[in-house]
Design a protein around this ligand. Structure first.
Ligand SMILES: *[C@@H]1O[C@H](CO)[C@@H](O)[C@H](O)[C@H]1NC(C)=O
Ligand SMILES: *[C@@H]1O[C@H](CO)[C@@H](O)[C@H](O)[C@H]1NC(C)=O
Ligand SMILES: *[C@@H]1O[C@H](CO)[C@@H](O)[C@H](O)[C@H]1NC(C)=O
Ligand SMILES: *[C@@H]1O[C@H](CO)[C@@H](O)[C@H](O)[C@H]1NC(C)=O
Ligand SMILES: *[C@@H]1O[C@H](CO)[C@@H](O)[C@H](O)[C@H]1NC(C)=O
Ligand SMILES: *[C@@H]1O[C@H](CO)[C@@H](O)[C@H](O)[C@H]1NC(C)=O
Ligand SMILES: *[C@@H]1O[C@H](CO)[C@@H](O)[C@H](O)[C@H]1NC(C)=O
Length: 441
C-alpha cells in the first residue's frame, strides 16, 4: 500500500518496552487505517550515532526510537527517529557484538544498489558525503560520526514493514564498518530513520506529505503519525514557514527543517538582540533546525550569552549558580545550578520562549533544568540549564532538540512547506487517538 494520503501510521513512544498487537489497529472517522507500532525512548551509548558533518559534533544519549520489520522473512529492527538526517541506515556487520544487527544474507528481498544505478548516481546528491563506487561495483555510502570517525557500507534496497504496511524496495545504508563502541551493551538500536527533506529520506521515499509527533512530558510516551490526517479535535496549529534558500551555501543544510527564529523571551521579556543574530550569514551558518535526533537545544554564541545572562538575572532569587567554570555539561551547557537535595520540586523558574515567525515554542518548568546524574555538591544536586552554546561545539546553527518539543503537537507539512506547533497534553492526545498502553505486556 503506497497511497500515503489515506495511510496514517501511529507509533507509541514509551519509556518501557511494550508492544501492541494488530488488535490495536483502528479507524478514524474518515476511515483511514491507523496502525500502532512499538516505539520508545532510550539511552544510547556515547559515540554510537553517526552524524552528518554539518550536524552536531557531539552525542546526545536519549533518543526517540521506532521498531519495525525489515526483509523477507522479516527481521525486527529498532531505529532512531531523526528529522535532522537523510539516509536511513541499519547496522549490517553481523560480526559486531553489542548492537543489534540486520542480516542482509537472511533476507531474500535484499538487494544492494549498483554504482551505475540511477539511485546511486542521481539520488544521493543531498548526502553530506557523496556516494562512491566500491571494488564490487556497488554503491558505497559513508556516514560521519560525532568524533570525526566514520561508518561505511552499501546502499541497498529491501522491504520495510511499518505498522503492517509494506514499503518494498526502500533505500537504506547497510553499514558494515564503523564505530566500535565498547559501552554499547545496553544499546538496542539497529539503526537510524532519516526523516529530513532529502529525496532519500524515509518520509520522502514513502511519499508521506505530512508527519506529526507528540512527545509526552511525563513519561516519554507519545504518538507519531505518518500521513495526512484531518483531526478536527486537534487544537489549531500555529504554522511557521520552512526557510528555503535557492543557492547552496557551505554551512546551510538545505534538506533540514529550517525555521526562522525571530527572538527569545525569558518570561515576557524579549532579549535585546539584533535580528541579524538569527539569520544565516553569507556562508549559510546560522540556520535554525528542528531536530528530533538531538536531545537539547543549542543556540549560537551571541543569542546563548544573552539568554544565559537574562535567565541568571531572573532566577537569582531562587537558584544558586554552580560557580565552577570548568563544569560544562555535555560540552555545551555551562550554566548549572546547585539545588538542595531535600527539595520536593525544583524552584519555580521563568519560561523561555523561542519566537518563530508565526509560532512560538514555550519551554517552562522542569524542562528548563536537567539534573546531572551523579553530581553532588555537599547537600546539593547539580542541575543544568537545558540550552547549550553551539559555539562550544563548533556547530554553525541553532538546533531545537526534542527535549523542548515535549507536550507539543509538531506537524511537519512537506507539501505546504511549514511546521505547525500546538501545545497539547500528549498523553491526552494518545487517548484521543484511542491509543492505550498495551495489555499484552
Ligand atoms: C545518558 O546520560 C545520562 C545523563 O547524563 C546518564 O545518566 C546516562 O548514564 C547516560 N547513558 C549512557 C548510555 O551514556
Ligand atoms: C518481531 O516482533 C513481533 C512483534 O513485536 C513479534 O511478534 C515477533 O516474534 C518478533 N520477531 C522476531 C524474529 O523477533
Ligand atoms: C553474505 O553472503 C555473501 C555471498 O554469499 C558472502 O560473500 C558474505 O560473506 C556473506 N556475509 C555475511 C556477513 O555472512
Ligand atoms: C565488522 O565489525 C568487526 C568488529 O567490529 C570489524 O573487525 C570488521 O572489520 C567489520 N567488517 C567490515 C566489513 O568492516
Ligand atoms: C481535510 O478536511 C478538509 C475540510 O473538511 C478537506 O477540504 C480536505 O480535503 C481534507 N483532507 C483530507 C486529506 O482528507
Ligand atoms: C537584572 O537586570 C536588571 C535590569 O537590567 C538589573 O537592574 C538588576 O540588577 C539585575 N539583577 C541581577 C540580580 O543581576
Ligand atoms: C532541607 O535542608 C535544609 C538544611 O539541611 C533545611 O534548612 C530545610 O528546611 C530542608 N528543607 C526541606 C523541604 O526539608
Amino acid at each position: 500500500m503506497k497511497d500515503a494520503c489515506t495511510f496514517i501510521l501511529m507509533l507509541l513512544i514509551q519509556t518501557q518496552l511494550f508492544f501492541c498487537s494488530a488488535e490495536t489497529s483502528m479507524y478514524t472517522k474518515d476511515s483511514a487505517a491507523m496502525l500502532v507500532l512499538p516505539l520508545k525512548t532510550q539511552e544510547i551509548s556515547t559515540g554510537s550515532l553517526p552524524r552528518a558533518p554539518n550536524k552536531l559534533p557531539f552525542t546526545h544519549n536519549v533518543t526517540l526510537t521506532v521498531s519495525l520489520a525489515v526483509g523477507t522473512p522479516s527481521q525486527n529492527v529498532t531505529m532512531v527517529l531523526d528529522t535532522g538526517s537523510e539516509l536511513s541506515w541499519l547496522q549490517c556487520n553481523t560480526t559486531r557484538s553489542g548492537q543489534p544487527v540486520f542480516f542482509p544474507n537472511r533476507s531474500s528481498s535484499y538487494s544492494p544498489v549498483t554504482c551505475s544505478s540511477p539511485t546511486c548516481t542521481t539520488r544521493t546528491q543531498d548526502l553530506s558525503i557523496p556516494a562512491s563506487c566500491d571494488s564490487r561495483n556497488l554503491c558505497h555510502a559513508v556516514l560521519s560520526y560525532a568524533d570525526a570517525s566514520s561508518s561505511e557500507g552499501n546502499l541497498a534496497l529491501d522491504n520495510f514493514n511499518v505498522g503492517g504496511s509494506n514499503f518494498p524496495d526502500t533505500i537504506f545504508g547497510c553499514m558494515d564498518s564503523g564505530y566500535s563502541s565498547n559501552s554499547d551493551e545496553d544499546s538496542k538500536t539497529t539503526g537510524l530513520m532519516g526523516m529530513n527533506r532529502g529525496s532519500l529520506s524515509f518520509v520522502s521515499q514513502m511519499g508521506f506529505k505530512k508527519f506529526s509527533y507528540c512527545i509526552s512530558g511525563s513519561d516519554f510516551s507519545g504518538v507519531l503519525l505518518l500521513g495526512d490526517a484531518n483531526f478536527t479535535w486537534l487544537i489549531p496549529l500555529n504554522y511557521t514557514p520552512l526557510v528555503q534558500i535557492s543557492t547552496p551555501l557551505p554551512y546551510f543544510d538545505r534538506v533540514a527543517y529550517t525555521v526562522q527564529l525571530e527572538g527569545i523571551k525569558v518570561s515576557d521579556k524579549l532579549l535585546q538582540l539584533p535580528k541579524s543574530v538569527f539569520e544565516p550569514d553569507h556562508t549559510g551558518a546560522g540556520q535554525t533546525m528542528v531536530d528530533s535526533g538531538t536531545q537539547f537545544t543549542f543556540l549560537l554564541g551571541p543569542a546563548y550569552t544573552a539568554l544565559r545572562a537574562e535567565f541568571v538575572n531572573q532566577t537569582s532569587a531562587v537558584l544558586r549558580v554552580l560557580e565552577e567554570p570548568e563544569f560544562v555539561f555535555q560540552g555545551a551547557m555551562d550554566l548549572c545550578f546547585r539545588v538542595p537535595m531535600n527539595r520536593t520540586n525544583i524552584p519555580e523558574v521563568p519560561s523561555v520562549s523561542l519566537v518563530l515567525r508565526g509560532a512560538e515554542i514555550v519551554v517552562s518548568g522542569e524542562r528548563l533544568l536537567y539534573r546531572v546524574p551523579g553530581q553532588v555538591r555537599g547537600s546539593d544536586e547539580v542541575y543544568c540549564f537545558t540550552f547549550g552554546n553551539s559555539d562550544l561545539l563548533a556547530i554553525e546553527a541553532f538546533v531545537i532538540g526534542h527535549h523542548h518539543q515535549q507536550n507539543v503537537w509538531v506537524e511537519f507539512d512537506l507539501e505546504k512547506s511549514r511546521i505547525g506547533f500546538a501545545r497539547l497534553q500528549c498523553d491526552l492526545a494518545r487517548q484521543r487517538f484511542g491509543v492505550y498502553r498495551s495489555h499484552n505486556f
